[in-house]
Design a protein around this ligand. Structure first.
Ligand code: BGC
Length: 759
């Protein structure tokens, strides 16, 4: 197992080095070596010692009170009206005061899923990146690393030393309100991409984090639900994603989630925290609770929770001190908590190279965000209409989605403050919780630029169907922008687009045969109109460079190359859970009001929801595309699917006799250069009891027009293995393995069966 993890880490390290080096040099922060200012009698300030030794030396000098102080935050701070904000609090989601006499700095934690949150309060700017789901659609580990490095760079410039981004939960529930913060329904894709993202963050000497550990796969009832899943499936799906990311990135923090996992709260779950994370995976960092996710002092501490956040519930303050003094918690366990936190501060560099406040460079951020989006948008349909020819299209009607002013962002604790305020209703300041916030990157403006001065581009808001149809009928091409606003704290009740937008697309398509739809969604949506439009581009939440990137793709300056990291079902009824478990009218609309959320005091639910189980054993290991195979259901668009303005042909598959790698020829048969995401799937022998193909490896390849490349892709032996709960170990079953290669989970032209021995 250890060897396997080292193997994963070594390939991902190789992939991330360039990006990490770039991030370091571009962070432009003067590095102030703590050794220069440290008193000579503080041996732990010697950077040539290893982090564990340095932590031990420091902890030896700590009093019991100082140890207790360092294992919890100081409360909700700026997050909650009326909560106190300590003077040294940097204005982020969490604050742990340091111990100046020991040269131990404060920990300032910032939400930073898709950019640094809460900049506006302090007059700071943060780059809005595309969603995490978007970056996963690039299938490009380097791009994920760049994504993380932008976050790390801007955290440094804003004086934070810890990120609490790194959304890692598997997309089991495509209506989950936080899917835009997450990566994929496939554990290998998710673990690899989020691992790279966290590497990028940490390459800036910022402590990184992954969350929400584990099975926080829906928002409905997240504080009361008990996620039920058999241990083998858990290991091979949701836990595997975390395992891969942890092995490659060594994040210093893992945030445990609100929900229960097979009975125990995730933040006091001995199995997931002590046994799996710390024992089996050798995690050396610290576990921090989600905000308000701690439920006990002794049980949580003994089960593996190290830090309580935001910490005003008192579990890890006086009660923990008493529990240590009366022997309910061994002092060694308290030392272990502190050791994990302090060694992380040494290993990440936040003590030797602390952040220095500066000014974020918004132009560099926008360039990075645009580049990422250009790799991440997925072309889902192209019935000969795209790319639009600059100078040849004489008139365009851009309709809906507030495309005249901006692009949509995701809500909740991932919300970045929009510069100048919400683009649809500008009012400088904080972007409030519970509102759909648009950023000033106007697709209309960039469509006009791409189309050229002789093209008449008109805009219609799309709120009146007849008027929208009229605008569409009067133009050569109609581009409809549709949006799905998603946020922490709420799930989408269905996969349908909200606000009558399906009818809008249908009306426009009926009026103009040359209709293109651009989606800005948090995750998959259904498209009853899919076959009546000529082009569909999924831009996700495209980030601050979104308007430019979308227009550049529509007009062909950029060749689209993203592929779906999640299945797009044809209907809710195809899903393992046709409706979201626990989603009642009341849960959906607690004291409804425009933009109401459970956070607004006026909108609190009348009754605290009763605990309930979410039975993930319904699908077990068959998450996402595997479920569709098992049930023989045809999705609207399959996992791994995405079109390009060129075409690729696959041939000449060779599989290494021990399945360590595959190679094949990839030919670009079209007239322009393009990137192809080549995918390798494996179906294990029948004895494994997994009757579906699973992603095992992939590579994003750039191929010139007409050129052929031989592509070689290594396969991690772990991904040919199954988890035995009896032996508590992974092993490869003996038998026939079907290896398939192609450009989508539903289009795999190359295949070979390989007989392998058990291992
Ligand atoms: C979210 C976390 C977030 C925390 C602090 C919680 O509601 O679940 O993801 O980091 O708040 O803002």
């Amino acid at each position: 197992m250890i060897a396997r993890i080292a193997w994963i880490a070594s390939i991902t390290l190789a992939l991330c080095l360039a990006c990490a080096a770039g991030a370091q040099s571009s962070s432009a922060q003067p590095s102030q070596s703590a050794t220069q200012k440290a008193a000579p009698q503080q041996p732990w300030m010697n950077p040539s010692l290893d982090p564990d030794t340095r932590a031990d030396l420091m902890i030896h000098e700590m009093t019991l009170d100082e140890k207790i102080q360092f294992v919890h935050g100081l409360g909700w701070g700026v997050l909650r009206a009326g909560a106190s904000v300590p003077p040294a609090d940097n204005g982020g989601a969490g604050f742990v005061p340091g111990i100046p006499r020991l040269n131990l700095p404060d920990i300032n934690l910032a939400d930073s899923a898709v950019g640094v949150r809460m900049g506006a309060r302090e007059g700071r700017y943060s780059t809005l990146l595309p969603s995490v789901l978007a970056i996963s659609a690039s299938w490009d580990p380097q791009a994920a690393c760049l994504f993380g490095s932008v976050i790390g760079r801007e955290l440094r410039a804003q004086g934070y030393n810890m990120s609490i981004g790194g959304g890692m939960d598997l997309i089991r529930e495509p209506r989950n309100g936080r899917n835009f913060e997450y990566s994929s329904e496939d554990p290998i894709l998710a673990g690899t991409m989020v691992g790279q993202l966290v590497r990028g963050v940490q390459s800036n000497h910022i402590m990184g984090d992954i969350k929400h550990y584990v099975l926080n796969d829906q928002e409905t009832g997240r504080n009361v639900l008990n996620a039920v899943l058999d241990p083998r499936s858990l290991r091979e799906t949701d836990l595997l994603a975390f395992q891969i990311a942890i092995a490659s990135a060594h994040p210093v923090g893992v945030m445990c989630s609100y929900n229960r996992v097979n009975g125990d709260y995730a933040c006091e779950n001995d199995y997931t925290l002590n046994q799996v994370l710390k024992r089996d995976w050798g995690f050396k960092g610290f576990v921090l609770s989600d905000w308000g996710g701690t439920h006990s002092t002794v049980k949580a501490t003994l089960a593996g929770l190290d830090m309580d956040q935001p910490g005003d519930d008192g579990y890890f303050s006086e009660p923990l001190k008493r529990a240590v003094l009366d022997g309910q918690v061994p002092e060694g366990r308290l030392d272990d908590k502190v050791h994990r936190i302090v060694r992380s501060m040494f290993s990440s560099g936040v003590i030797d190279d602390p952040p220095v406040r500066g000014v974020v460079n918004p132009f560099q951020g926008r360039e990075d965000a645009k580049k990422i989006e250009e790799e991440s948008a997925v072309l889902l349909e192209n019935n000969g209409i795209l790319p639009l020819a600059t100078g040849k299209v004489r008139s365009v009607a851009v309709i809906g989605g507030h495309a005249d002013v901006g692009i949509l962002s995701g809500g909740g604790s991932a919300q970045v403050d929009a510069p100048g305020g919400n683009a649809i209703n500008p009012e400088p300041g904080i972007s409030p919780w519970g509102r759909a916030i648009y950023f000033p990157s106007s697709p209309l403006e960039y469509v006009r630029k791409e189309a050229g001065p002789d093209t008449n581009v008109v805009y219609d808001a799309g709120t009146d169907l007849a008027q929208a149809a009229k605008a569409a009928a009067g133009a050569q091409v109609a581009i409809v922008f549709v949006t799905q606003w998603m946020s922490e704290g709420r799930d989408a009740p269905t996969l349908s687009l909200p606000d009558n937008q399906d009818a809008l697309v249908a009306a426009v398509a009926a009026a103009n045969p040359n209709t293109i739809v651009v989606l800005e969604t948090g995750g998959p949506v259904t498209m009853p109109w899919a076959r009546s439009v000529k082009g569909i581009l999924e831009s996700w939440y495209p980030g601050i460079g979104g308007g430019q990137a979308i227009a550049a793709i529509l007009f062909g300056r950029v060749n689209p190359s993203g592929k779906l990291p999640v299945t797009f079902p044809a209907s809710d009824s195809q899903l393992p859970h046709a409706t979201i478990t626990g989603l009642t009218e009341q849960m959906m609309n607690p004291r409804r009001g425009a933009g109401a959320t459970a956070r607004d005091p006026a909108n609190r639910p009348r009754i605290r929801p009763q605990p309930f189980d979410v039975d993930y054993n319904v699908e077990g290991m068959a998450v996402g595309y595997r479920w569709f195979q098992e049930k023989n259901e045809q999705p609207l668009f399959p996992f791994g699917f995405g079109l390009s303005y060129t075409h690729f042909a696959y041939s000449n598959l060779k599989v290494n006799p021990d399945a360590k790698s595959v190679s094949f020829d990839l030919r670009n048969t079209g007239a322009r250069a393009g990137d192809e995401i080549t995918e390798v799937y494996v179906m294990l022998p029948a004895s494994a009891g997994e009757p579906f193909r699973k992603l095992a490896a992939w590579k994003r390849v750039s191929v010139g027009a007409g050129a052929t490349q031989t592509v070689e892709i290594p396969i991690d032996p772990l991904y040919l293995s199954i988890y035995s709960t009896a032996n508590d170990a992974w092993s490869r079953p003996a038998g026939d393995f079907l290896i398939e290669v192609g450009g989508s989970s539903a289009d795999l032209p190359l295949r070979q069966v390989l007989h392998l021995a058990a291992r």
